[in-house]
Design a protein around this ligand. Structure first.
Ligand SMILES: [Zn+2]
Ligand SMILES: [Zn+2]
Length: 118
């Protein structure tokens, strides 16, 4: 019973914050009664089920997770403060990347890094 409740609690964080993303630690901080290992375990389950997507900004920073949605989108990441924004790229842009032709359209995810003006 408790197991299902954990699952629901984590999924609800994503549902209540559409378009937002969280690291495992942030989820852990919101759900005080779960331990971090449980959060990680559930997140990897959800990822395997396709409910959420995991994004790695770079190897030093924590992954963040977001709810899978039908519209595939891409990310721009600030190297200084780790701010992440979600952006759309026109399909024609992706198609014109040389050699990308045999990748399925929805499966391509682009992460652009830069430094923001903050
Ligand atoms: Zn920044
Ligand atoms: Zn996103």
């Amino acid at each position: 019973m408790r197991k299902t409740q954990n699952r629901e609690d984590i999924i609800n964080i994503f549902k209540k914050n559409p378009g937002k993303f969280f690291s495992a630690k942030e989820i852990y901080e919101k759900l005080q009664d779960l331990d971090l290992a449980t959060v990680y375990r559930n997140l990897s389950l959800f990822k395997n089920e396709g409910l959420i997507k995991e994004h790695k900004i770079n190897t030093e920073k924590e992954s963040f997770y977001e709810f899978s949605s039908n519209n595939s989108h891409h990310h721009v990441v600030c190297e200084a403060c780790s701010e992440v924004i979600h952006v759309d790229l026109p399909k024609s842009v992706l198609k014109n990347i040389k050699g990308i032709g045999h990748f399925k359209n929805g499966s391509i995810s682009v992460t652009i890094s830069g430094v923001c003006d903050k």
